[in-house]
Design a protein around this ligand. Structure first.
Ligand code: ZN
Length: 264
């Protein structure tokens, strides 16, 4: 059964919507700003459904409570009709896109040890927005062995991810979770990519999900998890089990083309 959640913009920030089968109606008198833009972008995932009630993808207008009540009524009716007609009563887990961090989302600064060194790579903002609008839940998954080497701390990595989260949020991009392994290879832990320990508590539709990274270990990680995998590197080596693309723009084109004509 489709779920309907009623949130306000403030609550949304601390309560990220976890499933595509979750619908949010935002009640807020707050002017459209950072938070409401983020909400609207997240709602882009269900824009097609809401479109039938006159709303457009990614352009949900956050209005007064009265108008919100009317919208909720529409969505409730819509949910009921979808549930009865589209076999939507047992929605599977959502599809997701997982991104390596250094060298994929942001410039690889060697061991990033200063939050001011964060610099988002070209095409990343547009790419993430497009994937989000396609209904992908976004995750970052990164090996941070600098912790194990005592180059920086867990706290620092937390601050880095908070800074990156906030920067992306300004564009309306919501990162569901930042997952990182703090170990060095010699620790032989179970969470360093390409091992899958970081995904232990993650519940997504793996066969509909993608892993993007600039290293073979990223691609191997994605393949190990049963995801489509792309090596995103201007002169990355070619593989039999994965595609290689030069940058994020091309990566997102490949994913969207597959969405239109699935090859699984
Ligand atoms: Zn680990």
């Amino acid at each position: 059964m489709l779920q309907l959640r009623v949130l306000n913009a403030q609550a949304f920030v601390s309560s990220i919507i976890k499933r595509l089968s979750t619908y949010a109606v935002v009640f807020s008198r707050v002017p459209v700003g950072l938070r409401t833009r983020a909400v609207a972008a997240r709602l882009g995932a269900i824009g097609v459904l809401l479109g039938r009630t006159g709303f457009h993808t990614g352009k949900i207008r956050v209005r007064s409570v009265n108008k919100g009540v009317r919208l909720m009524t529409n969505v409730t009716l819509l949910s009921a009709s979808i549930a009865s007609t589209a076999n939507a009563s047992r929605r599977t887990a959502s599809k997701a896109a997982f991104f390596d961090r250094d060298g994929t989302l942001i410039y690889d600064a060697g061991y990033l040890d200063d939050v001011s060194k964060i610099k988002i790579l070209p095409h990343v903002i547009d790419g993430l927005l497009r994937l989000q609008a396609e209904g992908f839940v976004l995750y970052v998954v990164t090996n941070q062995s600098g912790i194990g080497r005592n180059l920086f701390t867990h706290d620092f990595v937390g601050q880095t991810h908070e800074a990156l989260r906030n920067e992306l949020l300004q564009y309306g991009i919501v990162i569901e979770k930042f997952l990182y392994c703090p170990h060095v290879k010699a620790d032989d832990c179970c969470c360093r990519k390409p091992k899958l320990g970081l995904l232990e508590d993650i519940d997504v539709d793996w066969s509909a999900s993608w892993m993007l990274g600039d290293k073979i270990s990223d691609v191997q990680f994605g393949l190990n998890a049963g995801m489509h995998s792309l090596l995103v590197h201007p002169n990355g080596e070619r593989g039999v089990l994965f595609q290689t693309v030069p940058d994020m723009q091309k990566a997102v084109e490949v994913i969207c083309a597959n969405e239109a004509h699935p090859q699984r």
